[in-house]
Design a protein around this ligand. Structure first.
Ligand SMILES: Cc1cc2nc3c(=O)[nH]c(=O)nc-3n(C[C@H](O)[C@H](O)[C@H](O)COP(=O)(O)O)c2cc1C
Length: 160
């Protein structure tokens, strides 16, 4: 999710989804900061395996995250999109990795965004964006990025 900062306050804008239903029912959320492209793809398009989480004060965070923040949430429900204000409760930094800019990694993230839209709306335009991102992944990405793209195509049910 994209976290927005406005006047020192933090927000996410969430489309109606399971994630929103969960936050609405139990107004807590964790932001896991990760650098594994396949994990981005998996969490955007399916569910991350339960064994990859550990529990902090009863709330799940990803074990392999670079860091995480747990938030209390306040939801303002909209028709299609809801705004959730995030108030940090607790956070931890596990690892400070030097992550050089990599077009391949960035292209996986772009493809993952388009893939979540493709899955919801099934519009060909999103597939074209994914295909374009894939050309960059194949040119500039490493093994991790290529594996993430393979997973992405598998999860949207489309042959690479
Ligand atoms: C980089 C990235 C940023 C995203 N940002 C948002 C966002 O700000 N709001 C949102 O509703 N969905 C966002 N999405 C899409 C959600 O990840 C996706 O719809 C959600 O994971 C669906 O899972 P769910 O059905 O389990 O809720 C983003 C996806 C990616 C890959």
């Amino acid at each position: 999710m994209g976290i927005h900062k406005d006047g020192g306050r933090l927000f996410v804008r969430i489309f109606n989804s399971l994630t929103f239903t969960n936050i609405d029912a139990n107004p807590k959320a964790a932001a896991n900061i990760v650098d594994d492209p396949a994990l981005f793809v998996k969490s955007a398009l399916s569910d991350v395996e339960p064994e990859r989480f550990k529990f902090i004060d009863g709330f799940p965070v990803l074990e392999q995250a670079l860091g995480w923040v747990i938030f209390d949430c306040e939801c303002r429900r909209g028709e299609n999109i809801s705004v959730v204000e995030l108030s940090p409760v607790r956070g931890e930094i596990n690892r400070r990795a030097i992550e050089p800019v990599n077009r391949g990694f960035n292209a996986v993230i772009e493809a993952a965004v388009h893939a979540t839209r493709y899955v919801g709306l099934k519009e060909q335009e999103y597939l074209r964006h994914i295909e374009y991102s894939n050309t960059i992944v194949q040119k500039c990405g490493g093994a991790r990025e290529k594996e993430a793209m393979r997973l992405l195509y598998e999860l949207i049910g489309y042959p690479e």
